[in-house]
Design a protein around this ligand. Structure first.
Ligand SMILES: [Fe+2]
Ligand SMILES: [Fe+2]
Length: 154
């Protein structure tokens, strides 16, 4: 496995999700993939990175802010999952969600992650990166298997 760091691996996953957002704007049935990716992303980001940053005085506030934004995003994901996709309001809701998601991802990439790189050792960043990739692949393969039409895509 190629060596990466936790922040690089997270940014790469952000990009995968941005690509999915663009696809969903053309085909709302793909929303389920994004929800599964984001559920896994939030869980792992919190368990592997934010939990460590919360213990660092310099970065604690920003880390907690990221975690609270996950709470908001998770509520919006549930609303989008429950709302009928053929209703004209669904795409309006999705575009509002996209703005909030984009703000969150950009804030992590521009503010939180560079500071995380300052407070974690290179070794910690690499170990967490390897752990993220392994757990992400495992959890996504389990999550995507629960829908036959999604499993086919793998
Ligand atoms: Fe996040
Ligand atoms: Fe993230």
């Amino acid at each position: 496995m190629k060596t990466t760091t936790i922040t690089k691996a997270l940014v790469q996953h952000h990009q995968e999700m941005r690509d999915l957002v663009a696809e969903i704007k053309k085909d709302s049935s793909k929303f389920i993939y994004l929800k599964k990716h984001l559920d896994v992303h939030h869980e792992l980001e919190e368990d592997l990175l934010l939990s460590k940053l919360n213990a660092k005085k310099k970065i604690k506030d920003e880390s907690l802010e990221s975690q609270e934004e996950h709470v908001v995003l998770n509520l919006l994901l549930l609303d989008l999952a429950d709302f009928p996709k053929d209703h004209e309001r669904w795409m309006v809701k999705f575009k509002v969600f996209e703005e909030i998601l984009d703000h969150h991802l950009t804030e992590e990439e521009e503010d939180l992650f560079p500071e995380a790189e300052d407070v974690l050792t290179k070794k910690q960043q690499e170990d967490l990166g390897a752990e993220f990739i392994e757990l992400k692949e495992h959890r996504l393969s389990v999550a995507l298997k629960t829908k036959p039409e999604v499993a086919k895509k793998q």
